[in-house]
Design a protein around this ligand. Sequence first.
Ligand code: NCD
Length: 333
Amino acid sequence: MSSAITATSATRPTSAAGDPPGTTPAGASQRHLISIDDLTRADIERILDRAESFAEVAGREIKKVPALRGRTIVNLFYEASTRTSSSFELAAKRLSADLVNIRSAGSSVDKGESLKDTVQTLSAYDPAAIVIRSPHAGAAQLVAGWTDAAVVNAGDGKHEHPTQALLDVFTLRRRLGSLDGVEIWIVGDVTHSRVARSNILAFTRMGARVTVAGPPTLIPRDIEALGCAATPTLERLEQADVVYVLRMQHERMTESFVPSLREYVARYQINDRRLAPGQLVMHPGPVNRGVELSAATIDSPQALIGEQVKAGVAVRMAVLYELLVGSPSPAAP
Ligand code: NCD
């Protein structure tokens, strides 16, 4: 669809991104960011242009704007997270929103409360947005059906991680100007990676050519349907302008997908020996140092990993702004 971010009901006009406050019909459903598939290239470009202006705010001494003053954002994280949770937290705070951070450990989820009950409980605070990370594919979409808040998918199982893809496109666009015609290789554990799915969609939508590479057991059979090529070896890695390395997702592996980590390192590790000068290296973090990436490569000037983390705050500010500014505020008549 052409609106920036999915509307879950036909009652919501699709031109919502720039609506002035108060124009949304009462009872209209919220917009959400669940999947990159819901965004056109123009939508992505508009979000990233807005992120550029928020990146400028990050360079100021006072890194705060009043855009979401008086609105409430709930971060609901049912899975481990360092970068995504901290950058959503900073994004909400820099937009002046009130923020509630819930982690499954230590919350009533530990006592067996279901996702639906938790969302309905938190919805009593009338949040403008709920940011959700869950080990289950489809969780963000379910949450969108249980609350009036805008829902942002911060990673749902092996399915998608759309804000990671947006911040990666932002980082590359800043470095290269445009992704048109850029060759991007995504290397490693594609099967268990929500980042790979979202990034293949986002990179190709922005004009890049994407190849996924890794052990056949870690490349889904139908992956080409997403618009990329697939290869089991790194023999042609020199073709890549950008090498996007994925983490071996041990926590999602129920059986042995590679004979041994030593063999994986020998055949697929990205290191100085495999990289050509000028090739850029990205990784969503957290890195298994010395497994998918060598320690020297992580710390080399070819790696954009620190820039990716930095981009996370500005891009998540832009996503929250897109979703919430223009929707009626709780105080609106
Ligand atoms: C990714 C995730 O959680 O999906 N990390 C992140 O959000 N920065 C990738 C990963 O865990 O490997």
